[in-house]
Write a protein that binds this ligand. Structure first.
Ligand SMILES: [Zn+2]
Ligand SMILES: [Zn+2]
Length: 188
């Protein structure tokens, strides 16, 4: 592999790592921060109705984040010795990290998991929604929650019977037995 290829790969890794920290910090301190901060209202609406999805808002998010990454990469290339390949890699990794987060977050609410890692991601994120909003701020990874001490407890996530994700219910409306180790419903 050429030097610029390696630089691009390193840039992509850095961009994804930077995104994962930004995902944690923005969720914890902006989306759950002061009510005067931007996007908090959208996030509170998501907590109130996790199954409602706004495709235009999501699409706008992808364009805004990709545009921010591109602008930062351009500035990095102009003002540092990192080189164009590494800077483009950072922008790609940042954008790919955000898009992965959006897809995995949507899946957590709308799709049954296909892997143990997917089930754990859903258990953690739904705990954030149902009873532990000060914990589990990382949606893609739990890494930064463990670093900063906001990792929620392990064990089944208790859901209210309102807005229970349809993917985990059987025909009778109860949690399907295959998910009962990870989730339980508190009848209120
Ligand atoms: Zn959510
Ligand atoms: Zn939240």
């Amino acid at each position: 592999m050429t030097g610029s290829g390696l630089a691009a790969l390193a840039g992509i890794g850095c961009g994804m790592a930077i995104w994962s920290l930004a995902e944690y910090l923005s969720h914890r301190f902006v989306l759950h921060g002061s009510e005067s901060l931007p996007f908090g209202g959208l996030h509170r609406a998501h907590h109130a109705d996790p199954l409602k999805t706004s495709a235009p808002a999501r699409s706008a998010g992808h364009f805004c984040v990709a545009g921010t990454g591109a602008a930062v990469a351009r500035e990095l290339a102009r003002s540092t010795n990192l080189g164009a390949a590494a800077c483009v890699g950072v922008a790609l990794g940042w954008s790919a990290g955000y898009s992965s987060y959006e897809i995995l977050h949507w899946q957590a609410h709308h799709l049954a998991p296909a892997t143990a890692a997917g089930l754990e991601r859903r258990r953690r994120h739904l705990r954030h929604h149902y009873g532990g909003p000060a914990t589990n701020h990382g949606v893609t990874f739990g890494f930064w929650d463990r670093v900063f001490g906001t990792d929620g407890p392990s064990g089944p996530t208790r859901l209210s019977n309102r807005n229970t994700p349809p993917w985990m219910l059987d025909e009778s409306g109860s949690i399907a037995s295959k998910w009962s180790q990870a989730f339980e419903v508190a009848r209120v």
